[in-house]
Design a protein around this ligand. Sequence first.
Ligand code: E4P
Length: 217
Amino acid sequence: MKFFIDTADVKEIKELAATGMVDGVTTNPSLAAKSGKKFLDLVREICAVVPGPVSAEVTATDFDTMMKEAAVLRKIAANVTIKVPLTPDGLKACKTLSGEGVMVNVTLCFSPAQALLAAKAGASFISPFVGRLDDVGTDGMALIRDICTIYKNYAFKTEVLVASIRHPMHVVEAAKIGAHVSTMPPSTLRQLFNHPLTDKGLKAFLDDWAKTGQSIL
Ligand code: E4P
């Protein structure tokens, strides 16, 4: 499973990229706004840190303007992935851009039918939002299961990019289902490393080692 981080905080991206666990980055207009930076500069900066796909979202809602925005964004770097909303215009833009060989991430997916449309439009990634579904009392992971089944049935190449992840178990469940990518907040990626028994075990080993008075170096 690939790990993307869902943030526009360049400091966090640099720190986590150094762990070797970051395969890509997703941003959205809310995260970009929170960064306080100029959007195009921000995307350029992130693309220079992470060589994998970096999702930059269009903010227009009509096809023509989406295409103009995509033209600006795709010029920034070869790893820019154009993110479009799951709307008729967004899917039309997806189909056109995919046909031109551009990576497209279709975002705000909340149903298997929507995911099927995105795959037919040639999306590189579909982003189903599991956390936001859980928030309204719907099983977000059930959507991931359905999409993975449908994509497998027809051998679609679109990768399932599990989004709106809230905690490590979302990542684990998505991996058990076989989703291709999880995009998660930096805090969730950090949590994946942790287990209290690892800390406890390491402390005991080091305490015992210290008693020997030896040093490997
Ligand atoms: C995905 O690309 C989105 O940016 C993101 O995962 C949304 O997460 P949220 O529901 O926590 O805002």
